[in-house]
Design a protein around this ligand. Sequence first.
Ligand SMILES: Nc1ncnc2c1ncn2[C@@H]1O[C@H](COP(=O)(O)OP(=O)(O)OP(=O)(O)O)[C@@H](O)[C@H]1O
Ligand SMILES: [Mg+2]
Length: 245
Amino acid sequence: MSAPLLEVQVHRKRLGGREVLRDLALSLREGEIAALVGASGCGKSTLLRLVAALDQDFEGTVRLDGRAVAAPSTAIRIVFQEPRLFPWLSVAQNIGFDGRGSAQDRARIETLLAEVGLPGLGERLPRDLSGGQAQRVALARALFVQPRLLLLDEPFSAVDAFTRVKLQALLLRLVRAHRIGVLLVTHDIDEAVALGERVLVLRSDPGHVAAQVEVPVEHPRDRDDQACAAAAAAVRRALHEVHAF
Ligand SMILES: Nc1ncnc2c1ncn2[C@@H]1O[C@H](COP(=O)(O)OP(=O)(O)OP(=O)(O)O)[C@@H](O)[C@H]1O
Ligand SMILES: [Mg+2]
């Protein structure tokens, strides 16, 4: 078996004098999507910030490709619930950061725009995009720097149900094409089971991985598949056991 892409050991993480995470361990392979579910406030966003080295004030280690992650880098990108685009920059400038990129960068931006289903929209301003389109731009921006790992914090919760299913399919295509690993935080059990190879169920106070549910179904998955339904039921049971409901 290949070495893990990501290995996380959080012995302890405190916030405001409270222990938010304790003895949390997880790992991820290249090209794997692991979904993280758990009650509101159990520490999911905190965990993503630690993994991205946006917060380094904790006891523990984060390793990417076997090396300690000591500072934020282009190898790890986060996408949030809201796209967080710069309103004064065009779509292309948002993806390429400042628009001063080379011709090669501009070609890459065009390729990424096509990949996320927005060909030719590089000159638009964010205010002229729908919520789903803006989130596609946020994904393209994350991919522009060719990360090894994408951290997604409820990335599709602000869009309607139809757009959400399309964005989920897009994410699967992107993960396959770019061979990246994904940690996906979601409150949607069906989404976790539709996308994740594994679903990690977090317990609160302090947060740690209480259960892990495998989803042994090849992509593209039929959401009505019995194995998917069984996995969703197992996730629901695990969430009950950790009193998330
Ligand atoms: N800066 C802070 N100071 C003190 N406590 C904080 C701080 N930031 C977050 N917390 C607390 O840490 C806990 C974990 O927060 P976090 O945002 O990681 O939860 P979450 O699992 O992402 O929740 P949600 O599902 O609602 O997004 C919460 O109880 C929150 O109130
Ligand atoms: Mg959160």
